[in-house]
Write a protein that binds this ligand. Sequence first.
Ligand code: PHE
Length: 453
Amino acid sequence: MINTGKNREHWANRAGFILAAAGSAIGLGNIWRFPYMTGEHGGAAFMLLYLLAILLLGYPLIVTEIVLGRASQRDPVGVFKVLAPNTPWWLVGALGVFTGFVILSYYAVVAGWSLAYIYKVVIATSNPGIDHASIFKNHISGVWEPIIWQAVFMIMTVGIIAAGVVKGIQRWSTILMPILFVLLVILIIRAITLPGAEEGLAYYLKPDFSKVTGRTLLAALAQAFFSLSLGMGALITYGSYLNEKDEIPASAAWVAGLDTGVALLAGFALFPAIFALGFKPGAGPGLAFITLPAVFAQMPLGTIFGVLFFFLLGIAALTSAISLLEVVTAWLIDEKGWSRRKAAACMGVVIFIVGLPATLGYSVWKDFSFPGLNTDLLDTYDWFANSLFLPVGGFFMAVFTGYAWGIKHAVHEVNKGHKAFAVGTWWTLLIRYFVPVMIFFILAIGIYDTFVK
Ligand code: PHE
């Protein structure tokens, strides 16, 4: 990033923005959450709904968030104060900041599992016949160990944000993310050549729409939003570090495409292995941590690949976590006049504490379950953040852009800058009608199915 104009940092070039936004998008959502959600919601039908949600709701909203940020040059709360002064619209930004807070609090827990697996995978791959599910269970119920790794991950996140963003991490991710990609491809080759892999491929690729309910629809929408870092202002914040000469529509397409590609690859690495090695697709949040070590155990040099894989997963998680903390930090800097260091450090501590129940939900508080959700605490945080707050945020951003700010104005703003292609009527129709109506409808039947039926 470089400093230009009124003290606001800006991305040094177009690739810088795309890589940072893709770094935010690609993370645990692709490799940890996408497979277990697909597994819990019946496979291929869920995967297809997720793809539709990305294309028809996700992409138009990515463009929306980025342009809101670029046009206002402010944090998610400031956006609405600049574009619609003296109105309650800033509450949409406030919900976003709050959501970033909640997501990061439990994201750090799962990222901590990845860090721990950098060495746990050695045990898992070097003892033939070991029970992979119980290694994972023992780890997450171990109280101190997961808390320490959660803390380590939070300290790394705070350190990067406090230092003034991206220089190091951006350069690092450019080198490391392609390696993660290659590793995924190697994993896929191993997984689909295991005897019995066909059943898993069929599960992943042959949709059975008879199992689709309101819950499934809402889960697919939530997965699309979470994975694209959408609905809480991460992309507003990253967009606010763009200049008017930077183009938006094609960059947004790159981010969506890269993110979706990595998620689909993760599915190809997991589902064949799940069926071939006798695991259950509905195993929940432990799915990747149980299945992937078992695949590594079946590979030559599996231990080395395993260590490398969980290290890279940790890096992918870090480039997402920094975008979550950056939202909260940018808000405190822009709106409250805090220094970057103070904002990052204080929020890091508070977010860590808020995340503790999510860790302890696998040990001391394992009997907790939220009425209607019937899941552990971490999944409860996850449900509220992703199935409720993100879609609500996306809904109001679309309504704001389509009506309050003015769609003509928005189209003009989006199309400023050098561009590979422009948005037009199709985008107008999606943002004004399709996106808000669909989100409203999916939220309504999803919530009805979850709590009332
Ligand atoms: N997209 C990230 C992932 O898939 C998570 C995230 C959500 C990051 C919301 C920022 C904002 O892991």
